[in-house]
Design a protein around this ligand. Structure first.
Ligand code: XYH
Ligand code: MG
Length: 379
């Protein structure tokens, strides 16, 4: 089998979320947005798909490297793309590698008639989800006050979520960042849901050591389950210092570049108790599985960053399983139970007990609406 064609299709859809100047998502007025489908085709008629690539990078860098390759040689392809990144980091990002790797895993599953997690070595078929909120805002009735977070946490608990993670207020929101306001929101949520529900905080990502310590000590008093990325993750020494001061587990790194290599450095230096990574951060399913095995070798749990089919398949194939599937980002004004316009079904439908079930369909199991895509193509 050989890769004979790599194409992209960019299409429009109506979005109800916007991004602020820092890139955080919030509810927003309906507006036209664009998405891109990556398609990898072979001489045997089997195809693999993924979403969210830059067509120019696929056409200019990726396609010339992959055409003629056997699509099952994912490790060789991923290594070649990783090496090519060195002088192309501005274009050949980990997110591009992630989409290409996901499409190759999807293709293999479709070719062999198996869901990806069973190709990886299945461990479980469902994962408990935690509710992961959008960042705070100033929308009346949104996530604009500590009481609003408490009310939303109760709604998520009633929906069946076994755990709840706050992303609190970030710049450019007025008054952000504010450690005391973060603590007020965490206190209100704990008071609302009671002492048993696991609660986590993912605050402003650039607090000082002193602010992060002050915040962590407050979360210990509130019996929070973990804290994530309170400081710049490029300073491993700061996280080593913080973990030495706190019993509260630190989870990371999430956004620090460097794939599984960075996760290895954090583990050997004791910068966090729980590791973290997702297909988007690490460059695909292939490196995320490498990282899961690295963590297992050190007896370290890895909490997977972000939702989506690819992350869910890896979560269902982990020997030391990440405890939760991150479902979100959620907000009182956003109906998360509606699938994306280009999919016929949610990738992460959750049952009443708070479990997300991995697809048993071949490949990644995304139910792609090709008719929708073809009728909304950008000319
Ligand atoms: O919006 O800054 C953010 C968050 O970082 C979010 O995008 C990300 O999904 C996360 O932190 N998840 O834990
Ligand atoms: Mg995070």
């Amino acid at each position: 089998m050989k890769i004979t064609e790599i194409t992209t299709q960019t299409f429009t859809y109506t979005s109800h979320t916007t991004r602020d100047s820092e890139g955080h998502t919030h509810p927003g007025p309906a507006h036209e947005a664009r998405q891109t489908l990556l398609r990898i085709a072979t001489d045997e008629g089997i195809e693999g798909y993924a979403f969210g690539v830059n067509p120019d990078v696929i056409r200019g860098i990726v396609a010339p490297m992959l055409l003629g390759e056997h699509p099952f040689y994912r490790e060789r392809i991923w290594q070649k793309l990783k090496e090519r990144q060195r002088l192309h980091l501005g274009t050949l990002s980990d997110r591009v590698l992630s989409a290409v790797d996901q499409a190759l895993w999807d293709l293999a599953g479709r070719a062999l008639g198996q869901p990806v997690y069973k190709l990886l070595g299945g461990f479980r078929d469902k994962v408990p989800a935690y509710a992961s909120t959008m960042c705070g805002d100033d929308l009346p009735g949104g996530l604009d006050t500590p009481e609003a977070y408490a009310e939303f946490a109760l709604a998520c608990k009633a929906r069946g979520y076994p755990a709840f993670k706050l992303h609190t207020w970030q710049p450019p929101m007025p008054g952000a960042p504010d450690v005391k306001r973060d603590i007020a929101a965490c206190t209100a949520v704990r008071a609302a849901v009671g002492d048993e529900m696991p609660l986590m905080l993912d605050p402003f990502h650039y607090y000082s050591r002193e602010e992060a310590l002050y915040l962590g000590r407050a979360l210990e008093e509130l019996h929070y389950y973990w804290m994530e990325e309170p400081m710049d993750e490029h300073s491993i020494a700061s996280y080593v210092w913080l973990t030495e001061q706190l019993a509260l587990p630190m989870v990371g790194p999430e956004t620090a570049e460097g794939k599984m290599y960075t996760r290895a450095e954090w583990i050997v230096r004791g910068a966090s108790e729980i590791s973290r990574g997702g297909v988007g951060d690490l460059g695909g399913i292939t490196p995320l599985v490498k990282t899961a095995h690295l963590c297992e070798s050190f007896g370290v749990r890895m909490e997977v960053h972000g939702g989506g089919a690819a992350n869910l398949h890896v979560l269902c194939a982990m020997g030391i399983p990440g405890e939760y599937y991150e479902r979100g980002l959620l907000h009182p004004f956003v109906d998360y139970e509606q699938p994306a316009p280009w999919l016929n079904a949610l990738e992460d439908a959750m049952d009443d007990e708070g479990f997300v079930h991995v697809s048993q369909k071949p490949g990644l199991g995304q139910e792609i609406n090709f008719d929708y895509i073809n009728s909304h193509l950008v000319k």
